[in-house]
Design a protein around this ligand. Structure first.
Ligand code: CP3
Length: 354
């Protein structure tokens, strides 16, 4: 399990890192910090290396992926790296005709609306994403003791793009399928669970030290519907990777009413957005799990004094927790001043040094 040193092996510096200790709810030298979307558009060095290369093409180039993943680690001194990719990469890898449109997000050529459309979703084989294995090999060497977080989109969030055909505010087509044709919906999510599990396994076997399942848009669902129509697929993903002993993080936005269920799905660490204070979130999640979060990403636009005051509030609300990973409540916004992120990491480290 994630709480044991792998049998017969001495603990490595990575295993003993503050981030993995916090995930395992062990005492830490300082509260570890990383940021969702820490790699990417907030960094000028990212724009420089991405120039003229389409997002999805960049994800298939191991040297470029490794460089982009390392950029925020060098700049901010964060406690973990997150593998540079996107949630739609495994779908593209099995041949789904989709693209990421700048300023829009993932767009799917043939939205999945009928049983026949499921044929687009074949199983993912490790060879489909050999560039991931290669990039993680480069990264684990370069990162030294800093853990690498692998990630994937959760079945519901992936289904939202596949059924809508692109980003949506209301998810009317996806929810119409979920309510109106529960069998087709269950089969769609089950296929996505298998693809997601296979993709996470590739990352773990290549050297990722933790994995995060992004169910970014699950907050659109009532608890009863989440439990009945989404949780079984996400639980299948978590179960499939349980045997590796790497911490499993589960995150969504606007999921205050789902935090207990998201823990129940099989997470070791539950990600919390900024809407629920961590001392309340821990009551909703229940015992035995670490929490990750949860500074409002827009606070970074309000100036250094405000960032410290609001970061202090997050640390105070986490004071009684066993296992806290400091993060934002959602991803870094592209126009964020990267220096404000560097200062925030330093603030959390110095405030929590033990
Ligand atoms: O550092 C990291 O966190 C890794 C980078 C990362 C990307 N996508 C790179 C990216 C991660 C973790 C993701 C996950 C992702 N992708 C999610 C879940 C996280 C979340 O924010 O909730 C979602 C919902 C997506 C789908 C997606 N891909 C969106 C909504 C967008 C933005 C579209 C836009 O242009 O506004 C993308 C594109 C994308 N993924 C970019 C990056 C750096 C921007 C494209 C570019 O740089 O050209």
């Amino acid at each position: 399990s994630a709480n044991e040193t792998p049998a017969g092996q001495p603990p490595t510096a990575t295993y003993d890192s503050a981030f993995l200790k916090a995930c395992r709810r062990e005492p830490v030298p300082h509260t570890p910090v990383w940021f969702m979307r820490q790699a990417g558009r907030s960094l000028p060095e990212y724009h420089k290396v991405r120039e003229g290369i389409a997002m999805l093409d960049s994800c298939t180039r191991p040297e470029l992926v490794a460089e982009i993943t390392l950029q925020p680690v060098r700049r901010h001194d964060v406690d973990a790296a997150i593998y540079f990719s996107d949630i739609v990469v495994p779908l593209k890898a099995i041949g789904v005709d989709l693209d990421i449109k700048p300023g829009v997000g993932p767009v799917v050529a043939q939205p999945i609306r009928t049983r026949a459309d499921l044929a687009q979703l074949r199983a993912l084989e490790p060879e489909d994403v050999s560039y991931v294995t290669e990039a993680i090999g480069l990264l684990t060497r370069e990162l030294g003791p800093t853990p690498l977080i692998g990630f994937a989109g959760a079945p519901f969030t992936l289904a939202s793009y596949l059924v809508e055909g692109g980003p949506s505010r209301t998810y009317e087509n996806a929810k119409a399928m979920m309510y109106g044709d529960p069998e087709l919906w269950a089969d769609l999510l089950d296929r996505l669970a298998d693809i997601t599990a296979a993709f996470l396994k590739v990352q773990i076997e290549a050297g990722a030290s933790a994995v995060q399942l992004f169910d970014s848009w699950a907050g659109a669902l009532a608890p009863l519907d989440y439990r009945r129509s989404v949780l079984p697929a996400s639980a299948k993903v978590f179960d499939a990777v349980a045997g590796y002993g790497v911490p499993r993080i589960h995150f969504g936005v606007g999921t205050g009413e789902l935090l207990g269920l998201m823990g129940e799905a099989g997470a070791d660490v539950v990600g919390v957005d900024w809407r629920v204070p961590l001392d309340e979130a821990v009551r909703r999640v229940g015992p035995g799990k670490a929490l990750q979060g949860n500074l409002d990403p827009t606070v970074l636009f309000a100036g250094p004094r405000v960032v410290e005051t609001k970061a202090r509030e997050v640390l105070d609300s986490a004071a009684g927790l066993e296992g806290h990973v400091f993060n934002l409540g959602h991803g870094v916004m592209p126009s964020t001043d990267p220096d404000s992120l560097t200062r925030l990491v330093e603030y959390v480290h110095t405030q929590t040094a033990r």
